[in-house]
Design a binder for this molecule. Structure first.
Ligand code: GFB
Length: 309
């Protein structure tokens, strides 16, 4: 169990994942949360991160801060995705160790697994094959973070845990069409197509890739569950165990939004990984299952979306 007065640092607390962690921790009665805005602390700045962790000496550290984005942003800003994520995780994990932080949770991503991994993807498929090219830099950075945390555990007896969330969505998501993930993009496109009365709504790629989606408050609940349990084992996948095609997802979003446009697939945009469904049996054995059905989660996220009045 985590002591309710423990000093818990949530890095990236203004992002979708970090803000969900803060909501969940507050709801659980944890009052001693430490946060820093980007303006207060640039996590790629080694000196600043070191000074902050030396001063705060948290009991727990969640690494939810990351440079993230959808398929197009990952593919286009390859250098920034690799560099910024390496810096953030190296600064935080290394200095957490030197500052005596015993427990840390590093949030990675399901894209760390090989592109053609057997489905559903088990944790032991890490580093067994080539990665998906559109997000290889991001995946390499996250794999480095996992290995860094694992190395402090093996060499110094730390209890640094890495979790692999599947594709996430929910409040505080990014709705910018050029850099967002598919679900927020489809919500916005459907909303705007409905408002304009468009006959067509453009969906990237072929519509055939399969993706698994987890509501971000479910993810936060899983992370806090693992921390509360004192879990300090190998990587854990966090997903809901079910996937849909992008076409099915677009149809569901349009139904929730009430958009009657026809779907037009844009084949000039990449499909990315053909399928990315996580095996969640390790998490189930640890006593956690997702609770938000996809359609209900989409309705909740849509109601909270900034463009939706
Ligand atoms: O969510 P998404 O951008 O990323 O795209 P990935 C998922 C699928 O949805 C792809 C299609 O096949 C896209 O072509 N898609 C259809 C769209 N319409 C749209 C649209 O309007 N916008 C977007 N963004 N996609 C990311 C990785 O991969 O997943 C990251 O690049 C990270 O590294 C993240 O791991 C979770 O699921 O393909």
């Amino acid at each position: 169990m985590i002591d309710k007065t423990a000093r818990i640092f949530v890095s990236g607390h203004r992002g979708m994942v970090g803000s969900a962690l803060v909501r969940r921790l507050h709801a659980g009665g944890y009052a001693n949360l430490l946060t820093r805005t980007h303006a207060e602390l640039d996590l790629t700045d080694q000196r600043a991160v070191h000074a902050c962790l030396d001063q705060e000496k948290p009991d727990y550290l969640f690494i939810a801060a990351a440079k993230v984005g959808g398929i197009q942003a990952n593919n286009q800003y390859r250098a920034e995705f690799l560099y910024q994520n390496l810096m953030i995780e190296a600064n935080l994990i290394h200095r957490a160790h030197l500052a005596g932080v015993q427990r840390l949770m590093f949030l990675a991503s399901s894209c760390i697994y090989p592109r053609d991994a057997a489905q559903p993807i088990t944790e032991d498929s890490l580093l067994t094959g080539p990665l998906e090219p559109t997000n290889e830099p991001y995946a390499i950075a996250k794999i480095a973070g996992i290995k860094l945390a694992e190395s402090y555990n093996r060499q110094y007896g730390r209890q640094y845990v890495s979790v692999m969330p599947t594709n996430l969505y929910g409040p505080n998501d990014n709705y910018d069409l050029a850099s967002s993930h598919v679900l927020p993009a489809l919500m916005r496109k459907a909303h705007e197509a409905k408002q304009r009365g468009d006959a067509e709504m453009v969906v990237w790629g072929s519509g055939t890739p399969r993706r698994e989606f987890l509501y971000v408050d479910d993810l936060a609940d899983a992370c806090v569950h693992l921390m509360q349990q004192g879990y300090d084992g190998p990587l854990v996948n966090i997903g809901c165990g079910q996937d849909v095609t992008i076409r099915e997802l677009a149809e569901m979003v349009m139904d929730v939004v009430g958009c009657n446009a026809k779907i037009a697939f844009d084949a000039s945009q990449p499909d990315g990984t053909p399928r990315k469904l996580l095996d969640v049996s390790r998490l189930a054995k640890l006593g956690w299952r997702a609770s938000t059905p996809l359609r209900e989660g989409i309705a909740r996220a849509y109601a909270a979306a900034p463009f939706h009045s």
